[in-house]
Design a protein around this ligand. Sequence first.
Ligand code: SF4
Length: 345
Amino acid sequence: MRLDADEGLVLFKQADLLTLGELAGNVRQRLHPERLVTFIVDRNINYTNICINRCKFCAFYRDADNPEAYILSKEDIFRKIEETIAQSGTQILMQGGVHPDLGIEYFEDLFSSIKKRFTIQIHSLSPAEISFLAKKAHVSVLDALIRLRASGLDSIPGGGAEILVDRVRKKVSPNKIRWKQWAEVMKTAQNIGMPTTATMMFGSLETDKEIIEHLVRLRDVQDETRGFTAFIPWTYQPGNTELGGRSATAVEYLKVLALSRIMLDNFDNIQASWVTQGAKIAQVALEFGANDFGSTMIEENVVAAAGIAFRMTKKEIIDVIRDAGYIPAQRDTIYHILKKYDLKS
Ligand code: SF4
């Protein structure tokens, strides 16, 4: 039975942690009875940290005149892709800041050069970057996506969703696209057959009601398009940010994760965020609705910029999933299983 926003809010406010976990665990068991926990081998490549948006929650971006500002060369990007493929990687997630001088032609050239050299899924550019590229090129989002896809962009990560409520966005990321534009980019991509994921960064300034609003908005888009492959909730990391404040606790994380699994009845996959929670809470997350361990993230810079340094190798991910009593399986971007591992090592 689908919960509406009011019912979801009552559940979120009144149910205790273990009740939410049990409900979410039941949904997970129904959707994924085979007890597989999937992961992908990929690398985040942050092609630049220069960004005009200057979000208050972001520790990663730099102004163009900052001594730490950079743009990776094509050679650097190619080397990182070679290293990823050498480790059985199947995907690169390229995201940057929104660099004022990098237009759509830069990405068309970059993506097509990558595709000429490598067999790899290009899962890249958040809605904020795509929206900027379209505007800079004076074309529609649809035309920008068609051009980017023709040059090699395969799928789009759900970054930059933060909370899909403009009251929150105006406070934490006032220069970034509003929620309707985020949803429009995703719908447009999904309608031309590009898979996308969806995220939620919570634990900053939002209310419980706004968390529910975020989930219902995603669920509504998914009802229309069926184009989201997964949902990834993760917690705001306050270190080195203008916004500051506190980190969400493990209990807060697990409650939101479980609520997501219960509310998002049209999403197949929910990821545990070991990058922000560490391996131990990510194991517990598997009992709170998560069925995917996300990516090995051979390289990660955005969360690391906020001072969080959880790292795991592919072997560690496999061991951690096994220790939790699940069957590890490497997948590709669209959740096809590439390799299953035994329950015992
Ligand atoms: S979150 Fe993204 S858009 Fe915002 S400042 Fe950081 S890099 Fe730029």
